[in-house]
Design a protein around this ligand. Sequence first.
Ligand code: SAM
Length: 345
Amino acid sequence: MRRLIDRLEQKRSLSKEEWIALIEGMQDASYLFERARTAAQKYYGNAVYVRGLIEVSNYCKNNCYYCGIRRGNCEAVRYRLSEEEILNCCRQGYALGFRTFVLQGGEDAYFTDDRLADLVAAIKTSYPDCALTLSLGERSKDSYQRLFDAGADRYLLRHETADGDHYQRLHPAEMSYQGRMECLWNLKEIGFQVGCGFMVGSPGQTAEHLAEDMLFIAKLQPQMVGVGPFVPHHGTPFAKESKGSVDRTIYLLALLRLLKPNLLLPATTALGTVDAAGREKGILAGANVVMPNLSPVGVRKKYELYDNKICTGDETAEALNSLARRFLHIGYRLEMGRGDPVEET
Ligand code: SAM
């Protein structure tokens, strides 16, 4: 496998068969992780970029089979933050040193283009030195354009899987793989820094599907890729499915680092949920971003995408210090700046 790992590092591409061999074999992990860390360090040194995550609403019109905030989960206690509450989260985050905020939520009809554009403009006016990321699902190209024009810098929309049939295994018929792909290409064309991504171990996923994910990412050339293990939620059709493997997740993170060495690659909350040391393992496999939660403590439990999602008080100065200590312990430092991608060389 070293031969394939070296080839990936040099060529930054592999054939579908080669991807499958690596992903199925999962061999030479320590060698791969060492190469991935070296690649990350070349671009980002020992920095771990910090993004403040604000979970703005758990209302969602979609019914994704895996997701705890799907509209069909009647047990979910719904909430939506007001504009004032969202600005308050930014204010608190800014005071703690955060210089980038991520507004994430379900596809909530309350957030019309007018309301969102006003919100984006208000945040960018108050914090012009901060980068603003949106992660609010599928919208029309015009809508994305308005949000970009209002000042949003980045957009995260996981593609979930690059295989059309597998996409339909994870989503009801009313959701379409083509639609998802179109959104991602639109975001790219408009000029957002774009993030796609997928869950590892989602029901029905094979090594071939993951190989297709890698090929898709090579084609899209996003600035960010969010990859975390699938974790079942008791209120979904996938309640009884098994969770994704930590080892496979970090192996894929390392492969992504070699595929596109300047990627912004989070060690996700899901990784930290299934393994207490998951985020450190992710960093040591080449990840370079963490997204502490800045949502008001009272709503955190309600944004439950999967069971036992960690929802500690990461936003407090003390918790941020303890996160910093954890990463320092493995040789990394928290970097609170905007964290834009470094040009690829
Ligand atoms: N509605 C927006 C969207 O669809 O992009 C943003 C919120 S959505 C809940 C964010 C991501 O959470 C999804 O893209 C999905 O990959 C992840 N997610 C949802 N349910 C999950 C689960 N059971 N396990 C792990 N990740 C999950």
